[in-house]
Each structure stands twice: as C-alpha cells, then as structure tokens.
Write a protein that binds this ligand. Structure first.
Ligand SMILES: [Fe+2]
Length: 289
C-alpha cells in the first residue's frame, strides 16, 4: 500500500515535467514597456510552440526578445496586423539582430507600394520592415483573401479580414488584418487598428459570426477604431486593451479626459454592453490560459 502511494506521489511530482500542459494554449498580452501604443501578444501551445501577434514598438524589442527566449527562442508563426511601427517595430529590430531567435513563418497581408505611400512619415517604417523581412529569407504567407484557418497543436487561428486597398481614408489602420484565435475553451479576436470601415467590412461579410468571442482586442488601442455599432453588434465578454495610461485616461499632461482622444467613448460603450473584465496593457502583464 505504501509502495503504491509512493508511486502515486512520484507520478504527481513528475507530471509538469512530462509535458502534460493544459490543452489549447496560454496567451499573454505584454506589459507596455515604454508607455506607448505597442501592440503585442504571445501564445504558447500545449506542445510548447510559440505564436506571436504583432510584437510592439522598436524600443520594446529587447523585452520581447527576452520573453520569447524564455519560451525556447523559436517562433512557429508570427502574425502581423499591419506595418505601423507600433505593431512591427519590435520585429523589425529582431530581424536586424535575431540573436539566435528562429522564426519559422510570418503570416501577413502585404500592402501594395501604392498603399504604403499613402501615409507619411509611417511609410519609411513600413518599407524598412518589408526590406528586413525580404532579406531574412523567412517563409511568408501573404494573405490576399480572408478565410485561411491554421492549426498549431491546440491553437487555431483564422484570418477574418485582410488588406483593403480600396479604403484610402485612414489607409494603414483600415488595412489591418483581423484574426480569430481559439482553442476548445476560449476564443479571441484581434482587431489590430481596424477603423470603422475595416470593421464594418468584416461585420457585413461571410465571417461575421467568427467575430463573436470571449476576449476582444479593442481596435486602434481602444479609441477611434471600430464603431459603436460594431461593438454592440457582436458578442464578447472581456476586453484586451493594448493601451498606454495616457490613452486610457485621455491625458496629454493636463489631467484625466482633457485631451482629444476618444477612449472614454469606447469605455462607456463597454459599460453599456455590460463588460466587467478588462485587461489593459499599461496596468501589467495579462496571462490567460
Ligand atoms: Fe497601432
């Protein structure tokens, strides 16, 4: 009897080492490192593979590098919403100096040269990023249509929206790739910096039902992104805010809600919908498993 108990205890002690991770994946919303608008999410699958969404600003590259190194320093899939520097800046720095990090595949929806040229001075960051990506030799998947579904261990993702070359108002943000990520217990939708038109296109398209989720990333850092109607037309129960304190508080230095940002409108909509769970990147690291 004692011997049986000993073996039971031994098995329990070794269980974590044997790779019996929870099915599905763990997701982190990274802590905003420079109190600016970096958009950065990391996933770890039940079999230990890493997926990254965007990655944040150039000066958040070291933090991101450390985070990924601690998970094995190999990224199976890197998904990019759009080439603004608060989304691809950190990856641009990593591509310049990978320090041993292995990236197996990049999923993105590449802007045409004409679309890249529509925003100055951001075009220089986009061009630099595309140059570094091309030089890296990393395998890329360039999505020109939504609908692709990919499974990596217990993690699934689906592309709900891609580059919208016809939307020339707010052009970079309105060409944000919109992505659903899920396992059998939880689901996320990442809106990138989608503007009203970009969000409405998916809302009125064939993947509308895929927008319903547990955790919704607030578009464009929580202000001037998708419309009130968009948020009130889909179902979700918690918000991910890739949002620094000054955007969260609409405070350019003169006090709370004294600047020109629209974050308090979005926060009010969430209250009206009845959302109680908020994860805000300036308040710390969020881990969801
Ligand atoms: Fe952004």
């Amino acid at each position: 009897m004692k011997r049986k108990l000993f073996h039971l205890l031994l098995a329990a002690a070794l269980l974590p080492l044997a790779g019996f991770a929870k099915p599905g994946f763990t997701m982190w919303q990274l802590f905003s490192q420079v109190n600016t608008i970096g958009n950065s999410y990391v996933f770890l699958t039940d079999k230990g593979r890493v997926v990254v969404m965007d990655g944040g600003m150039n000066d958040e590259a070291l933090y991101l590098k450390g985070f990924i190194a601690a998970l094995g320093n190999e990224v199976e899939a890197w998904i990019l919403s759009h080439p603004h520097n608060d989304h691809v800046g950190a990856l641009t720095e990593i591509l310049k100096k990978p320090d041993g990090m292995k990236i197996n595949k990049v999923y993105y929806s590449r802007f045409s040269d004409a679309l890249v040229g529509l925003e100055q001075p951001y075009d220089q960051y986009a061009r630099e990023f595309y140059d570094e990506l091309d030089k890296s030799g990393i395998e890329t998947v360039n999505l020109t249509e939504p609908g692709l579904t990919v499974r990596i261990d217990g993690l699934n993702f689906k592309i709900l929206g891609v580059t919208n070359e016809e939307l020339t108002m707010n052009p970079y943000n309105n060409s944000s790739m919109i992505v659903r990520v899920w396992d059998k217990d939880k689901s996320f939708v990442f809106l990138g910096d989608a503007g009203v038109e970009c969000g409405d296109k998916v809302l009125n398209g064939p993947y509308r039902d895929d927008l319903n989720c547990d955790y919704l990333q607030m578009a464009h850092h929580g202000q001037r992104g998708c419309s009130e109607e968009f948020y009130k037309s889909i179902k979700f129960r918690a918000c991910l805010w890739p949002t620094p304190s000054w955007v969260w508080n609409n405070d350019a230095g003169a006090g709370i809600n004294t600047a020109h940002l629209k974050t308090f409108d979005t926060r009010r909509w969430m209250d009206e919908i009845g959302i109680k769970e908020h994860h805000v990147s300036w308040q710390g690291l969020t881990k969801i498993e």
